[in-house]
Design a protein around this ligand. Sequence first.
Ligand SMILES: Cc1cc2nc3c(=O)[nH]c(=O)nc-3n(C[C@H](O)[C@H](O)[C@H](O)COP(=O)(O)O)c2cc1C
Length: 363
Amino acid sequence: MGNSFGTLFRITTWGESHGAGVGVVIDGCPPNLPLTAAEIQAELDRRRPGQSAIVTPRKEADALEILSGLYEGRTTGTPLSLLVRNTDQRPSSYDEMVEKFRPSHADYTYQTKYGRRDPRGGGRSSARETIGRVAAGAIAKKILSLTGGVEIRAYVAQVHDIAMAARADFPSLAEVEATAVRCPDAATAERMIARIKEVRSQGDSVGGVVECRVRGLPVGLGEPVFDRLEADLAKAMLSLPASKGFEVGSGFGGVQLKGSEHNDPFVMREGRVRTTSNRSGGVQGGISNGEELFFRTAFKPTATILQPQQTVTIRGENTELAARGRHDPCVLPRAVPIVEAMAALVLLDHWMRHSAQNRTFPF
Ligand SMILES: Cc1cc2nc3c(=O)[nH]c(=O)nc-3n(C[C@H](O)[C@H](O)[C@H](O)COP(=O)(O)O)c2cc1C
């Protein structure tokens, strides 16, 4: 229940923030894929805490161990089990949270639903859970790139009220990784970093928007009804901690246009059906149309802030909480590889479904 994602390329994540470790079991990975721990580690390093001055200082190497599913450097087609041990736990930072609910975090709802919870760092609600998603997503990304040259690029497009100008070309990975905030526009990135440092010094936090673009997708991924490509992407993105909004293509902005302004005209180009604009964001009728996939995910300001806030105890008493512990003043820079991983998981799963239905039989 609730800990698995996907249909043919299926993952189950496990583990808590301050338990022994976190990880993922991947079912359905094709056999014979060349794979090393180092390739997966590269993606985990983009997600890990302590990587820059604007993220949580928790010191975790997030060193990956592959426990199963790999033999002589290639996948075997059997379940892959990937593990990252927790090393820098300081559960005493969370003593107050045993009794007091952090406003806008998961404490109250978990406590009420289950009658008990692991208050050390949020337990399962901690973003440490996303390590398993990023590890599995690294494998999905590799398969997608080998299969059809699919490239997935997420980046921070907005922090608080600082937004980068819309960009026509596909940003390179080097541009995204060039600054600690992962915004490919260097001047905007500087302003974002300054804002994050400013709110952090006030014991406060800010949110923002991650944009994601995918090129090299074939026409045909997705379903016309419930499992529409954008519906599955929306679920993937809204399943991330702190995400609050999802839009594909023109999104909410599209409501300001008329149909005549919003439609993407078709044109024949180099023997292929293309569109001259992309307000659809690469999806029409729930199915990829071969244009660039484009979607945006909004993340709220980090819930745990170091200022005193009004709250309630588990015994129902009004009280105040000034949180301690190590927190991200803005989750956006670390959310980038997580968004890419979830996109890869959705796209590979739909690629496998599409292949199974449309390419298996000789009629
Ligand atoms: C990369 C990343 C890092 C996060 N770091 C923190 C953090 O340091 N402190 C915190 O309170 N929340 C953090 N969060 C968000 C919480 O996990 C999330 O707000 C909480 O689970 C409640 O879920 P909700 O905000 O979706 O309702 C982070 C989220 C992401 C994606």
